[in-house]
Design a protein around this ligand. Structure first.
Ligand code: SF4
Length: 318
């Protein structure tokens, strides 16, 4: 890469002035950084911002999280969606306490549930300054444009990985990774990149060749899978019957029991990750009879602690 030191300085200077002031960027605590990265895996910065601080107040250390009950962790994760991340975070916290003296592991072979290459590189570079580049769709798009590499070109993934590592400035890998994330999230947008305010117009080959609208090309959106749920509302003496869900949608969560009933109380449409759910809630005519289910009567005022998915909140609003 030509004039690499100037390219690095230009981005880091831009980041110092224009980078997002996010609460998790004010700490180097590996646990706090890791929690933010887990939340950000599939949730927007705007949604994570208030929830990260609340989660850390509830579980201030990895030891506190490891000791917590799964129901409490899922409740604290409520509203962020993709609950398998919360379960993985919880399971990984127990491994960190048991096997790594309470510290997010640096060893290359150490694997944790829910922590893939991206999350690992982000935590290690930001919290410990280890020179590991992060590569996600934002970074990939910026680097493809920088080099005018078209999608589908041979060996693209390997070239992006090598380039991202080559660009890392010594001793600034955490800032660099966050700067590149911000450039992709704020300036070099999928459609309509803001080349006029970009720190890299001198180096960007897509801009020089008039290819910014053709690289990387828009991804195809997959259609959500339609799922129908029939549930019943079963009430007795101010309490509501709930059940622990089996494998499939919202596995391991408490929910309203599935089954047929009488009068329809409400119909709710709700998106859960890649599923478009239509829930029909009916008034129960009798107690659900299927055996082998974990059922529990809960006081109405305590329902919010158990029914953490927004699906149930919507359904019970009727
Ligand atoms: S010059 Fe434009 S296309 Fe190139 S990296 Fe900057 S914003 Fe993206």
């Amino acid at each position: 890469m030509k004039d690499l030191p100037a390219l690095r300085t230009s981005l880091l200077r831009w980041y110092r002035k224009e980078g997002r002031d996010l609460p998790w960027r004010r700490t180097r605590d590996p646990y706090a950084v890791w929690v933010s990265e887990m939340m950000l895996q599939q949730t927007t910065v705007a949604a994570v911002t208030p929830r990260w601080g609340e989660f850390l107040k509830r579980f201030p250390t990895v030891q506190a999280l490891a000791k917590a009950r799964q129901d409490a962790v899922l409740a604290a994760w409520s509203g962020l969606g993709y609950y398998r991340r919360a379960r993985a975070l919880h399971e990984a916290s127990r491994l960190i306490v048991a096997d790594h003296a309470g510290l997010f592991p640096k060893a290359p072979g150490a694997r944790l549930p829910g922590v893939g290459d991206y999350t690992r590189a982000a935590v290690l570079s930001i919290a410990y300054g280890i020179p590991m580049a992060v590569v996600d769709t934002n970074v990939t798009r910026v680097l493809q444009r920088l080099m005018a590499w078209k999608s589908g070109s041979p060996g693209l993934a390997r070239k992006i990985k090598d380039l991202s590592q080559e660009l890392l400035p010594e001793g600034r890998s955490g800032d660099w990774n966050q700067a590149l994330m911000d450039l992709g999230a704020m300036v070099c947008l999928p459609s309509g990149p803001g080349c006029g305010v970009c720190p890299w117009p001198r180096w960007c080959l897509a801009k020089a060749r008039g290819l910014t609208s053709r690289i990387p090309g828009l991804p195809e959106r997959s259609k959500p899978k339609a799922v129908g749920l029939d549930c019943v509302l079963c009430e007795r003496n101010g309490r509501v019957l709930i059940e622990k869900r089996g494998p499939g949608l919202l596995a391991g969560h408490w929910g309203l029991p599935e089954g047929g009933g009488g009068e329809v109380l409400t119909r709710v449409r709700h998106r859960i990750t890649t599923h478009a759910v239509t829930l029909v809630l009916r008034k129960a005519e009798a107690l659900p009879r299927r055996l082998g289910r974990t059922l529990r009567w809960v006081k109405k005022k305590d329902l919010a602690r158990f029914l953490v998915s927004s699906l149930w909140r919507k359904a019970l609003r009727f």
